[in-house]
Design a protein around this ligand. Structure first.
Ligand code: UD1
Length: 429
């Protein structure tokens, strides 16, 4: 198993290109199941999760062609992927596949829309809380699906096709809103989605579905209206930049000090996180090329933050912010409201000498002057990158074990940080 070695204490200077968003790419790839024509996605990040989803879609009969690299291509540019679900040969998504990547559960909506049936394994446990799928199922039922749960599988049927309906989410759910959009796009009649998630990745999926012929209005607000069309067609769509990767590197620069341009980043995708960084004493400057992040000399000011659905502070940046606050000049509070139990990084951060106390859903972080490098273990995707951030400012050497978690969501992390002067290297097993 690969490990990442980091020697702390180097400032970061230079440019980090931001990749296409993982959390947009996966649902966009899944949306390809809705048409028998080719969907071309550009700016697709090179991530383990993308490869895994490619396998899962392949099982349903989807052909995926990833354009190879040509001489002179920018190594940082995302890839162009041609996805063709001309014939769906299997409507079952087995446990072995769905359990490896929760996002793949969403195939249930397009399979049902296109073939009138789907048998998809429940995703099972996950390191960051129970993460149920009841609201995704509720959304499908509202559109006329008949759903049974048997032996750990969701059996969904809509032999006469899905029909428009009103879906009122009692809680903001990104996965639920993705599912509702995909199911409603070709349902008969109009669907209204109330309390829809407003995350930028919802807008990106809606934009792509519109290019494929769907009639959707209101994406990006909490009320989305979808007028079903009989059929979707092929399209070409470029994935939006990853706001979580952007926020992660912004926090890395705030932690290590220095001055870095986050190229292609868009401030409106993570304004709440940028506001928190400014409060912490970091200089944030939007430019034509992206966002410049700098911290020179001054200390890190403590902050109080609560995670919330977009446009609030994202749960996917909670662990990274906590890493940064371990070195603040004072006491910070971070409250996690989206997922219970998303504090696996706390005990690993403690190995650097961080002082963090947990009380229910709130962590109290007392900033310390020094962190010391340590062997640590990645637990989930965002938690593991928080350890990298801590290591950048820790004295001495840190070894991050189990980095496959990082590879699921961060493209060429060590190369991007090393190019800015970090002492970081991957040790292959
Ligand atoms: C969530 C985050 C998303 C993040 C992703 C990966 C929010 C609103 N969503 O999306 O930004 O990128 O995790 O970390 O911040 N829930 C149910 N029943 C369901 C579905 C969800 O009770 O059927 C609950 C969840 O347990 C959670 C909340 O709703 O408490 C939000 O979940 P949801 O947005 O669906 O999760 P993800 O799509 O994974």
């Amino acid at each position: 198993m690969d490990r990442i070695k980091i020697v702390g204490g180097q400032q970061l200077h230079g440019t980090i290109p931001i990749s296409g968003a993982k959390n947009a790419t996966l649902p966009l790839m899944i949306a390809s199941l809705l048409t028998d024509e080719t969907l071309i996605l550009e700016n697709v990040p090179r991530l383990a999760d993308v490869i895994q989803l490619q396998r899962i879609l392949g099982n349903h009969g989807v052909d995926i062609m990833i354009a190879g690299k040509r001489p002179g291509d920018d190594p940082n540019a995302g890839r162009t992927v041609h996805i063709s679900a001309r014939a769906i040969i299997d409507t079952t998504a087995p446990y072995e596949m769905v359990s490896k990547m929760r996002a793949s559960f969403s195939v249930v909506a397009p399979l049902l829309a296109r073939k009138g049936e789907a048998k998809v394994s429940l995703p099972g446990g996950c390191a960051i809380g129970t993460r149920p799928v009841d609201l995704l199922i509720m959304a499908l039922e509202k559109l006329g699906a008949d759903i049974e749960i048997e032996n750990g599988y969701v059996l969904a049927r809509a032999p006469k096709g899905l029909r428009g309906g009103e879906i009122v989410f009692p809680k903001v759910t990104v996965g639920g809103t993705h599912t509702a959009l995909m199911a409603a796009a070709t349902a008969k009649g109009t669907t209204i989605i109330e309390n829809a998630a407003r995350e930028p990745e919802i807008g990106d999926l809606a934009d792509c579905l519109i290019k494929m012929g769907a009639k959707i209005s209101g994406a990006g607000t909490s009320r989305i209206v979808v007028d079903g069309v009989p059929k979707l067609h092929g399209a070409r769509h470029s994935v939006l930049p990853d706001r979580i990767e952007t926020g992660t590197y912004a926090m890395a620069v705030a932690m290590a000090g220095g001055d870095v341009l986050l190229q292609h980043a868009r401030p409106e995708l993570l304004q709440s996180a940028l506001d928190v960084l400014v409060q912490s004493g970091t200089t944030v400057t939007p430019t034509n090329e992206g966002i410049r992040i700098a911290r020179n000399g001054g200390g890190i000011a403590p902050v109080d933050v609560t995670t919330a659905p977009f446009p609030g502070f994202p749960t996917d940046l909670q662990a990274q912010l906590m890493a940064l606050m371990t070195r603040a000049q004072g006491t910070s509070h971070i409250t996690e409201t989206i997922f219970e139990n998303r504090f696996m990084h706390v005990q690993e951060l403690a190995r650097f000498g961080a002082r963090i106390q947990l009380n229910g859903e709130t962590a109290t972080i007392e900033g310390v002057e020094r962190l010391k490098g340590a062997p640590v273990m990645a637990t989930d995707l965002r938690a593991s990158v928080s350890l990298v951030i801590a290591a950048l400012a820790a004295e001495g050497e840190t070894m991050v074990n189990r980095v496959y978690h990082l590879d699921r969501g961060f493209e060429r992390l060590e190369a991007k940080l090393a190019a800015c002067g970090a002492a970081i290297e991957r040790l292959s097993a």
